[in-house]
Design a protein around this ligand. Structure first.
Ligand code: FAD
Ligand code: 2HG
Ligand code: ZN
Length: 493
């Protein structure tokens, strides 16, 4: 289709035969396999979350054990059958779905918690465990998962590690590169690497697990994760604020780092247009929820604090809010009073991705930029869309196919999410945006992916963020682990 430019199926990969199906059937039960042409269930595994990419695989295997995964990989490697590892399929760069007829290896049946140590906080679990379920389990045990994101109800721990997902708590707990203590990985030839270590300190040579964190399913199937989890802070506060311009967000952020310091656990921003799209979408789908503030403002900030002493946190946050509202940096705001209000405020932030594609399509750019220039990319993009005559406006340009470029994201990490909401995916819009946006990011010395990865979408654009020497080294690593290139082909490297 239009979204698959200039890629051809690589004929070195075998087309599945009845013998292959028979082999899979000999090691998997009927519940561990989906094989049927065009059935609805298969469609779900073939289609990505944004409905931009659609593969044509006729088979999903869902093994219940690491040993079965090992047997399957060993067989696929020998037979040159291409394989796409799939977790919760919430990937936003087209990485989790096949491009052609690759076999889909879903981790969803490998979903147990293996062990938890309440003293050290070290959790060991299967890759297919769902983030929200693991987080709930940990909360019952006085801890929490050091990563939180809007897709928590579907995404899997293995998928998060495979993309090195960042999310809303990174500002507080750091990245998975720091929290993951060990991994169990099935290599492309079926070898099981048992690295489920539980040591915080282990300087015995190359840190092999790091290669798999963020590898996006290109060099191994992650089957087990050992991770350090923090104790669950008992007191949580969330405030939702409005400011007049982006510069004021910087001011509030600087002050929050100083005054809220160790209790700050999230600092997110949203622009007016992203909230307008979310209002529209939530009105249509969730009539019970009303916008937290009286009117529209140019920018919004969501600040979360979490600590161990409610009175202490309340006092700090109240003083902070008094200051920023007193000098009118913050022009309006509200604070959640209980757990359900906290959830409601977060909803306004977490529903933006879904709302941006409610009109049919969305072009997503997930970039790191120097903080002071972070929002300029949204302005540049809207100007470019207007110049190319693509912006919809009922009075001036009723033919326009683009609703607009919106900006939001994780300010604390210098991570902008630029979403271009459109009515459909088409080449004209794509040509207007790419490589324009990647060039702009590169000029500003940013990264073309802050947290979602490269996948299929940004494959052509890796050189905007990596040097030729770095790309060569990445290819060497890929070839070392996967000499036949069977794992997640056509993507990344
Ligand atoms: P999938 O989408 O299934 O796969 C992701 C990639 O990893 C694919 O390349 C796949 O081949 C590979 N893979 C999956 N499982 C394995 C495995 N066990 N072994 C090897 N490779 C594997 N990301 C952020 O970083 N921060 C956010 O705040 C954030 N918010 C999101 C909000 C929404 C609403 C959505 C839809 C997505 C969001 N994401 C975010 C995108 C993010 O990448 C995923 O949510 C998550 O990391 C993917 O997990 P998953 O289990 O769905 O993996
Ligand atoms: C978020 O922070 C996610 O909400 C998704 O990373 C961002 O959809 C996006 O562009
Ligand atoms: Zn994000």
């Amino acid at each position: 289709s239009d979204n698959y430019p200039q890629v051809k199926r690589d004929n070195k990969f075998k087309k599945l035969t009845s013998d292959d199906l028979e082999y899979f059937g000999s090691i998997l039960s009927p519940q561990e396999m989906i094989v049927a042409k065009d059935c609805d269930e298969l469609n779900l595994y073939n289609t990505d979350w944004t409905h931009k990419y659609k593969g044509q695989s006729n088979i999903v295997v869902k093994p219940k054990s690491v040993e079965k995964i090992s047997l399957i990989m060993n067989y696929c490697n020998k037979e040159r059958i291409a394989v796409v590892p799939q977790g919760g399929n919430t990937d936003l760069v087209g990485g989790s779905v096949p491009v052609f007829d690759e076999l889909i290896l879903s981790l969803s049946n490998l979903n147990k918690i293996r062990s938890f140590d309440g003293l050290t906080g070290i959790l060991k679990c299967d890759a297919g465990a769902i983030l929200e379920e693991v987080d709930n389990y940990l909360k019952d045990n006085g801890h929490l998962f050091p990563l939180d994101l809007g897709a928590k109800g579907s995404c899997q721990i293995g998928g998060c590690v495979a993309t090195n997902a960042g999310g809303q708590r990174l500002i507080r707990y750091g990245s998975l590169h720091g929290n993951v203590l060990g991994l169990e990985v099935v290599l492309p030839d079926g070898t099981i690497m048992d690295g489920m270590h539980s040591l915080r300190k282990d300087n015995t040579g190359y840190d092999l697990k790091q290669l798999f964190i963020g590898s996006e399913g290109t060099i191994g199937i992650i089957t087990g994760i050992s991770i350090l989890t923090p104790t669950n802070p008992k007191a949580t506060n969330v405030s939702f604020l409005a400011v007049n311009n982006f510069k004021d967000i910087e001011t509030v952020f600087k002050k929050a780092k100083n005054d809220l310091n160790e209790i700050m656990s999230a600092f997110e921003f949203m622009d007016m247009k992203s909230m307008q799209l979310t209002k529209k979408h939530l009105n249509e789908t969730d009539g019970n929820i009303s916008f937290p503030l009286e009117s529209d403002y140019p920018f919004y900030i969501l600040i979360e604090t979490s600590g161990s002493n409610k009175d202490h946190d309340d006092a700090k946050l109240e003083k902070f809010l008094e200051d920023v509202m007193g000098d009118e940096t913050v022009i309006d705001g509200t604070m959640a009073q209980d757990v359900s209000e906290i959830e409601n405020l977060w909803k306004w932030r977490e529903m933006i991705p879904e709302s941006c594609q409610a009109e049919g399509a969305v072009y997503k750019y997930d970039v790191s930029l120097p903080l002071s220039q972070l929002y300029s990319l949204v302005e540049l993009t809207n100007a470019k869309l207007a110049k190319d005559g693509l912006l919809y406006d009922p009075e001036i340009n009723a033919e326009g196919q683009v609703i607009g470029a919106v900006g939001y994201g994780h300010i604390g990490d210098g991570n902008l999410h630029l979403n271009v909401a459109a009515k459909e995916y088409n080449k004209t819009i794509e040509k207007c945006l790419e490589p324009y946006i990647y060039e702009a990011v590169s000029d500003l010395k940013g990264s073309i992916s802050a947290e979602h990865g490269i996948g299929f979408q940004k494959k052509k654009y890796l050189h905007y963020s990596k040097s030729p020497v770095e790309i060569k080294m990445m290819k060497d690593i890929k070839n070392h682990f996967d000499p036949h290139g069977i794992l997640n082909p056509y993507k990344y490297v």
